[in-house]
Design a protein around this ligand. Structure first.
Ligand code: ADP
Ligand code: MG
Length: 391
């Protein structure tokens, strides 16, 4: 459990928060998980492949209907209660701060033509905020599920990710892809979600760590984020320009088999490295999917580690804390380890024997101490299912 986490189960805390704020019982509780991307980094905006899975950390919305065009929202994390009315969700951006994610969901539903019920909502969460585990999508998905159920809205699960993404892109103003919302809404227990970012087709891929005696150790690097937005924009631009130079719609269309010959057509060595990362990373996702389909989960370790090396050397998006965590995890016996997320901070995933998870976590912590870095967080996970109603 991360530092400063209030005691007690998240779902119980959401319900208790609801009672305390509104002096009433909630009509129900809806829980949405955080997510981690197993492999496939910076491939999404190149029309490529990603493979996220849902984490047993979740955001719970306890809620009931309000017979007015009004939304009251309390979050344990800020300890404050905000409210907004119909005029605030007529157009994007009127509600700012964390309430914008909630207002964004209401706005996106209304924009899609749904009659959204007013609601009182209390939120609790143990998804770390801003660590790249997608607390924002968890929040959107939990609120969306609550409003859909409370209003009896006809919005099937396969259409919910787009709507939640629209809330984040258009209302909050955060330019994210479809991966986060797809993962937190559509993931299944014991599976990873193979997502083709061009077609948006998804496929459930068996990822039964438990049966294999394995687990994923999530290390929250706690590295201060450095120039993330600017670096992200630069990588994106570089990829778009490279696709243009290579005469393909997106880097996804560059075949990994003929890569070296293609790279020779690019003069700039930095651009060549960027392209190499994206093209080889797409291939690593496909290779990982293949192994998982065949039940060979232990064998994906080297692909995870190769992905990390590619992010470090070719895409140049890692930082010393992250590299230290990966190296220490591998030295302590992890089968594979890599940074997950956009880079310049965030989390590392290490595939470990379940019995060795604590020892690997301890090894990372002591490697951090040796380097003089602020202590990392770590916890062990198995893949869980997406958003659900708890009752
Ligand atoms: P990430 O999604 O990686 O955790 P983001 O920056 O995309 O990081 O989203 C984090 C933001 O989402 C927080 O700063 C906050 O505004 C909002 N948020 C997420 N979960 C909650 C919550 N349970 N209560 C209030 N705000 C939340
Ligand atoms: Mg987010």
């Amino acid at each position: 459990m991360s530092a400063g986490q209030p005691a007690g189960d998240v779902a119980a805390r959401a319900a208790a928060g609801f009672r305390q704020e509104y002096a009433d019982e909630p009509a129900g509780r809806w829980a949405a998980p955080g997510r981690a991307n197993l492999i496939g980094e910076h491939t999404d905006y190149n029309d490529g492949f990603v493979l996220p899975f849902a984490l047993p950390r979740r955001t719970v919305a306890a809620a009931d209907r309000l017979d007015a065009e009004r939304w009251e929202v309390w979050s344990e994390l800020s300890g404050e209660r905000i409210s907004f009315g119909g005029a605030d969700v007529d157009e994007p951006g009127r509600v700012t701060g964390w309430g914008g994610y909630v207002a964004g969901v209401v706005w996106a539903l209304r924009e899609a033509g749904y009659a959204v019920p007013g609601a009182r909502i209390a939120l609790a969460s143990d998804v770390p905020l801003g660590s790249g585990l997608s607390s924002s999508a968890a929040l959107e998905a939990a609120v969306l599920a609550a409003l859909v159920d409370l209003g009896g809205l006809d919005l099937p699960a396969d259409r919910q990710p787009r709507l939640a993404q629209r809330a984040e892109n258009a209302y909050v103003g955060a330019p994210t892809g479809i991966m986060d919302q797809s993962a937190v809404i559509r993931c299944r227990e014991g599976h990873a979600l193979f997502l083709d970012c061009r077609s948006e087709a998804v496929e459930q891929i068996p990822f039964d760590l438990d049966a294999a005696g394995l687990a994923v150790l999530v290390v929250d690097s706690r590295a201060p984020h450095r120039h993330v937005d600017g670096e992200y924009a630069a990588r994106r631009k570089s990829c778009e320009r490279a696709a243009e130079l290579l005469g393909v719609p997106a880097l996804r269309d560059v075949d990994a088999a003929g890569l070296d010959a293609r790279l020779d057509r690019l003069d700039d060595p930095e651009t060549r490295r960027r392209v190499r990362h994206v093209v080889t990373e797409d291939q690593r996702v496909l290779d990982t999917v293949e192994l998982l389909r065949a039940g060979r989960v232990r064998e994906i370790g080297p692909l995870l580690t190769a992905s990390h090396a590619s992010m470090r050397d070719d895409f140049e998006i890692t930082v010393p804390e992250i590299d230290t965590a990966v190296e220490a995890a591998l030295a302590a016996g992890a089968l594979g380890a890599r940074m997950t997320g956009g880079g310049f901070g965030g989390c590392v995933l290490a595939l470990v024997e379940a019995a060795a998870a604590d020892a690997v976590g301890a090894a990372v912590t002591s490697a951090y101490a040796e380097r003089g870095f602020a202590a990392p967080g770590h916890f062990t996970v198995l893949p869980v299912g997406g958003v659900t109603r708890l009752g």
